[in-house]
Every structure is written in structure tokens, then in C-alpha cells.
Design a protein around this ligand. Structure first.
Ligand code: 5MM
Length: 341
């Protein structure tokens, strides 16, 4: 059991390839579609995701796995081929988001606890049969006046650990995603200290839950300045502080760390990853598991029109390639400007 878990976890983050987070829940994909003036219908969601998964160059060369939403893992392409099969044919791994979202946490005003543990063992068996070989659970930690609290941190870390144990039991690699939001006006050092606390608690709970670290992937935020902070840290500072923090918190038995983009601009998310790889001497593979930083450009280029299918694919391929180069430490502003034809 563990050999295949380990192999999958390694494959998800190796060789510069990264993960496409296409697991937007119905309410999130509606927001994304609203932004491009597209109605969020079953068919439009299918068409958009089919366009991404049929992007041959991106899917075969740059993307190791795709995180899907429950609807998508069951959905078929226009010609009747299951979307999961398109991903598998490209040599990529299907994955599934299994949390039920972050809900207000009792006793912790302004904070959330991620739900979805009830019945998860049974759902994982079904997802495995549908082709999922990895899964994702996201805990959301906000920084603000008096938060995060220990109450919220420990509850979220315990939920992540219980989720990870159920996944490994089902032979599914857990992506453990504790996201510290970058929405506030805090500076980069506050982000550092909160993320440190979050990761320390998370790995402590993973240990108590007897998680096999070789068979999991961590999906953290980078250490960045809050979006509303008047002083924005440079690319070098973000890279240096993120690498220092991870070295202090993440055991080297973990095969891969795949970052979320968290609202960074497309290019910042790429530049930060590239700068970290260029620091060198890292004990794990570092790569991307971006949602917005991989999809904002193709969503805009596609805009719900069949005639924009090729433009959408080109935009997705370009972002996937830029992040692949970054994960190899081979990205530069120069290659970035050579936009896809
Ligand atoms: C793709 O968005 C994911 C699902 O979000 P909801 O459950 O809110 O619909 C999200 O978890 C995503 O995988 C991560 O936040 C990383 O995405 P970004 O856009 O931050 O890279």
C-alpha cells in the first residue's frame, strides 16, 4: 500500500510538473464565470474544463495532476469520453477535493473550521473507483485583530490529520492544504509567524494521526505581505522567508510541496517559485498547485465562446509552461514575455 502512495506523491511534484487546481465549488466557479460574463451552467462548466484538459502540450508536459470537484469527476466530455479519461490519457493524475468547505467555527468569532469528515471513508472508496489517486482538503486561516486563535488552529490541524489518515487508508494521497490568507494589511513577518504556527501544529497532528509523510503532499501559502499592507516584500524576500520557514517546519520525508497562489498575480506566483528553486539545497521538490494563477488567463481568453477555444488553450499552456520552468528554476522575465502564439 505505502509503495504506491509514495510513488504517486512523488510523481505529483517531480520534474518541474505541477498540479492544476480546477476544483472550484459551484459558488466559486460561478464567481469566476460572472467575471467573464458566462453563465455557470452544467454544460458551460463542462466545456470550459474540457478545453483545459484537452490542452495537449500543457497536460502532457507540465501538469502532473488535476484536482477536480465532485461534479467534474463524474462528468463526460461532449463526445461522451469521461473527463477523468482525458486527464489519464495525457499521463496526468486525477484528484478530488473532498472537503465540504470552511464554515463559521463555534466559539471562534471570525474564524472557520473546514467540514466534511462525516462519511468520508465511504466517499473516498467511490472516488478511488472513479479514478482519483489523490485528494485535497483546505483549511482556511485568516490573519486579523486577535486572530488566528489556538482554538481555530488546533481544530483545523486535527481535521487535516483525520482527513489525511482516511485518505491513506483508502490508498489515496492526501494534499494537506492549510492556507493562511493574504487578504489583510499585515506585513510579511506576521505572515511568517502565523504560517510557522500553523505548519508546526499541522505536522504535530499529522504525527499523532500516524500519517506516512512519504505518502502525502503539502500545499501551503507562500510567506508574503498582506494584500493591503503598504509595504510589499520583494520577490527575493518572499523566496528567502518562505524557504527558511519551510525548512524549519516541513520534515524532509515529505516528497513534495505544491504551493497555492492565494490571489497573487500570475507573474508573481511564477517569479516567487522560480526564486525559491534558485536558492537551491532544498530537501523536497517544490512546485505549484495553482487555481487562479493558472486559470485567470485562459478564462479571460475563452470567455465562453467556442471560437476562443484555441486562445484559451494557448493561454493555459503558456501559464503552465511558465510555472513548469519556474519549478525547474529556469524561468525569467524574458521567457515570460514570449507569449504563446
Ligand atoms: C480552485 O479553487 C479551490 C476551491 O475553492 P472553493 O472550495 O472555495 O471553491 C481552492 O481550494 C484552491 O485549490 C486553492 O485555494 C488554491 O487556489 P489558488 O487560486 O489560491 O491558487
Amino acid at each position: 500500500m505505502s509503495a504506491s502512495l509514495d510513488e504517486v506523491a512523488y510523481k505529483m511534484c517531480a520534474g518541474g510538473k505541477g498540479i492544476l487546481a480546477a476544483d472550484e465549488s459551484s459558488s466559486t466557479i460561478k464567481k469566476r464565470f460572472d467575471d467573464i460574463g458566462v453563465e455557470s451552467t452544467f454544460d458551460n462548466r463542462r466545456d470550459y474544463r474540457e478545453m483545459l484538459f484537452r490542452s495537449d502540450e500543457a497536460m502532457t508536459k507540465y501538469i502532473s495532476g488535476v484536482i477536480l470537484f465532485d461534479e467534474t469527476i463524474r462528468q463526460k466530455a461532449k463526445d461522451g469520453t469521461p473527463l477523468v479519461e482525458l486527464i489519464q490519457k495525457a499521463g496526468s493524475l486525477p484528484g478530488i477535493k473532498v472537503d465540504a468547505g470552511a464554515k463559521p467555527q463555534p466559539g471562534a468569532p471570525g474564524e472557520t473550521i473546514t467540514e466534511g469528515l462525516d462519511g468520508l471513508g465511504g466517499r473516498l472508496k467511490e472516488y478511488y473507483d472513479l479514478g482519483a489517486r489523490f485528494s485535497k482538503w483546505r483549511a482556511v486561516i485568516d490573519i486579523g485583530n486577535g486572530i488566528p486563535s489556538y482554538t481555530s488552529l488546533i481544530a483545523n490541524a486535527q481535521a487535516l490529520a483525520r482527513y489525511a489518515a482516511l485518505c491513506q487508508e483508502a490508498n489515496i494521497v492526501p494534499i494537506v492544504e492549510p492556507e493562511v490568507l493574504m487578504d489583510g494589511d499585515h506585513d510579511i513577518d506576521r505572515c511568517y509567524h502565523v504560517t510557522e504556527w500553523v505548519l508546526k501544529e499541522t505536522f504535530q497532528q499529522l504525527y499523532y494521526a500516524r500519517i506516512r509523510l512519504e505518502g502525502m503532499v503539502l500545499k501551503p501559502n507562500m510567506v508574503v505581505s498582506g494584500k493591503k499592507c503598504p509595504t510589499q516584500a520583494s520577490v527575493e524576500e518572499v523566496a528567502e522567508k518562505t524557504v527558511r520557514l519551510l525548512k524549519n517546519c516541513v520534515p524532509s520525508a515529505v516528497p513534495g510541496i505544491a504551493f497555492l497562489s492565494g490571489g497573487q498575480s500570475d507573474e508573481d506566483a511564477t517569479a516567487h517559485l522560480d526564486a525559491m528553486i534558485k536558492i537551491g539545497g532544498l530537501p523536497w521538490n517544490l512546485t505549484f498547485s495553482y487555481g487562479r494563477a493558472l486559470q485567470a488567463a485562459p478564462q479571460k481568453a475563452w470567455s465562453g465562446k467556442d471560437e476562443n477555444w484555441a486562445a484559451g488553450q494557448a493561454a493555459f499552456t503558456h501559464r503552465a509552461k511558465m510555472n513548469y520552468l519556474a519549478a525547474l528554476g529556469q524561468w525569467s522575465a524574458e521567457v515570460e514575455s514570449k507569449k504563446a502564439a
